[in-house]
Design a protein. Structure first.
Length: 95
């Protein structure tokens, strides 16, 4: 069993289940973001490093997973995660 790293079941998208789950979660879908560090340059800053990927829960709290995949963070808001991890917040999904 230690060598099994993925489900044997194929993923299936069910729009009606997704809508139902969002409704049960308060009518707001979780929102994805990434935390990055930027290198200042001439004109626009250039992303130098992706620090972590994150998700905002419907009530506003956030969770992050670093690129290494080791460990995770729980935060009051995605902005607090950004401040504490000395990074910039970039939204991946619409509000």
């Amino acid at each position: 069993m230690d060598d099994v790293h993925e489900s044997e079941q194929l993923p299936v998208y069910h729009a009606e289940v997704a809508e139902w789950a969002v409704e049960l979660g308060g009518g707001v879908a979780p929102r994805l973001f990434v935390l990055v560090r930027e290198e200042p340059g001439e004109g626009d800053a250039v992303v130098d490093e992706v620090v972590a990927y994150g998700i905002v829960m419907p009530e506003g709290s956030a969770a992050t997973v670093p690129i290494s995949g080791r460990g995770f963070g729980r935060w009051l808001t995605p902005e607090s995660a950004s401040r504490r991890m000395c990074s910039e917040l970039v939204w991946l999904s619409p509000a």
